[in-house]
Each structure stands twice: as C-alpha cells, then as structure tokens.
Design a protein around this ligand. Sequence first.
Ligand code: ATP
Length: 334
Amino acid sequence: MSTLSIKKLVKKYGQFEALKSIDLEVEQGEFVVFVGPSGCGKSTLLRSIAGLESITSGTIELADRLINDVEPSKRGLAMVFQTYALYPHMTVRDNMGYSLKLAKMSKSEIAEKVEAAAEKLQLSPYLDRKPFALSGGQRQRVAIGRAIVRNPKLFLFDEPLSNLDAALRVQMRLEIAQLSQMLPETTMIYVTHDQVEAMTMADRIVVLRDGAIEQVGTPLELFQSPANIFVAQFIGSPKMNIFGERFAKDFSAHSIGVRPEHLTVGDEGIWSGQVVRVEQLGSDAFIHVDIGQEEFVTVRHVGITQITLGANIRFTPQDGQVLRFDRAGKRLDE
Ligand code: ATP
C-alpha cells in the first residue's frame, strides 16, 4: 500500500514550470531519495509534499488522505532540516517530549512515548544529557526522536548534510541509513544533489531533471539499466564514457556508453588513444585518454597503474558492458 501517492503534480512559478506532471508512489517503510542537478525541482517537490509550496494542479495523498489543501502542521509529516534546532538548555528527554507537553499530554504518557522512541533510536543512555554533550549523529537522532513521538507518517529531509565537511558527511550518511533500518515502518524521503549519497542510502532513487522524472529505481537498477544517457552519466563516478557515432556504428547505435571500470587496457584493445592525465588514488587509478576528434575517455584501473602520461594505449570494453543509445539519448535494448 502506498503511503504517499502523487498524481499529475504541476508547479508553476508564473509561466515557468518547475514541476511538469510528476507521478510517484512511495510505499510504507521505504527510503526514497530525490536526486538531480541544481534547479531540477527536487526541493520544490519536497516542499510541495510538505505543504510549504502551493501546487498548481494535480493531487498529493498521504495515507489515503488528499492533502493538497491541508496546512503543513496538519499533514502528519515531519521535516528534518540541516540544523536540528534542539533546545540547548533542555535534556534529550525534554527535547523529545516538548511537543507532547505543549499538546497537554499527561506526564506518564509523555514519559512512555519518549522512552519508547529513545529505545528505538538507541538513545536511552543519553536521555538526561543536554545536546552539547552528544555527537552530531546522536543530535540528529534526537531531532528525529522529537518528531517520532508525534507519530508522523512520513519524514522529509532536505539536503541535511550539505553543510558538513566530507568526513562528517560520510559518518552522518551511515547514521541516517542506520536510522531508517531502526525504523522499518517509517517512510522517509531525502533530497540531495549528491549521487553517492543517493546510491548508498536509498531503497529507491528518483532522478529528476528539468522538473520531470527521468527514472525511478533501486540504486543498482539505475546503475545497470539506465533509461537514457542522462541517468547513465548521473549515476556512477567517474561518470560513464559516451562514445559518438564513429565507435557506436559497430554496435548499430547512435552512441554507446561504457563505464570507466568496464574498460580493460591491453595490446589487443579495439580502441586506442593517448594518455593525457593519470590520477593515482592508491585504491584505484583514473587514466584519461584522448581518442581524437575532441573525444576523451576515462579508464579505471584497480590499484596503482604503471601507465604514464603521453603513453599510447589500447583498450576494450568488457563483454556485455556496452550500453547503446538512440539519437535522442534513450537507451536501446531495454
Ligand atoms: P538545488 O539543488 O539548487 O537546491 P533544486 O533541484 O532543489 O535545486 P528547486 O529549488 O526545486 O531546485 O527549483 C526548481 C526550479 O524552480 C529552479 O529553476 C528554480 O530557479 C525555480 N524556482 C524555485 N523557487 C522559485 C520561486 N519562488 N520563484 C520562481 N522560480 C523558482
């Protein structure tokens, strides 16, 4: 059963269509990530679900209730922002119970709900601490705990990690992914422009571009079976190589795509070019090759490569790892 059902959602700012007829179903308990380049409409979509933007047409249903015109606080969802906005002078227990206290719930009932949420979130040992004495991940969990006690049907996260440094991002990414495992009944939607974040956290990814959905699928579906060149190049790092007609004609396509890790260097290689740059990361190396006519290819080598700048190398795509695309960039074969 869908928790969230969006049909033909259009959002216009004046004449500009920020969302162009979005259809999307999200199941209960899913962790869905909206991803896409800057300006593609992912925040607008999230904010429309939250009720922070009015929509131009279409419908949004949450738990079988039409919520188009329901005000944000009455939608039964919780939005988690970059700053967790915990009250610094209150303990974890009081932070988590605050909204229930405002709602005039009895002390014993508040204690019961807070303790149950703390248990789920593995926060029980920290209930009497104040936020300054917690790690970033624990603070995030308190922010979520504060929402959980109100029993939301849906959590919305808008780029919660974008202000953090790289190491902390990786740690918090793990924390949020674990959080969603701790709360298997809770549906979560997470917005990011970072495809690595999307790949590592999502049950399903929604790839957006220019206000429309390009593809919806599990991380591996998008990686292995992209619907078009845009998705093929957006998912995966370094991005997929796209070869023009001079290479693609042997495969009866307008263009072909091969991921850097699916190219093997060797004397029998069917393609060749000159190495213009070698990036040694230790764990792997990225070899950038000029194949003429202003086309460049990246080859990924596991470990340290002996190939040096200026070398002429031959390389070949691995069996079954060539994706074919038509003139419009749509994937053939699928
Ligand atoms: P980013 O990753 O940069 O945050 P995004 O994918 O979240 O981008 P949105 O913020 O949803 O993009 O914006 C989608 C499009 O709508 C953009 O082209 C943006 O310029 C436009 N837009 C957003 N808000 C308004 C507004 N209030 N008035 C006019 N245009 C807007």
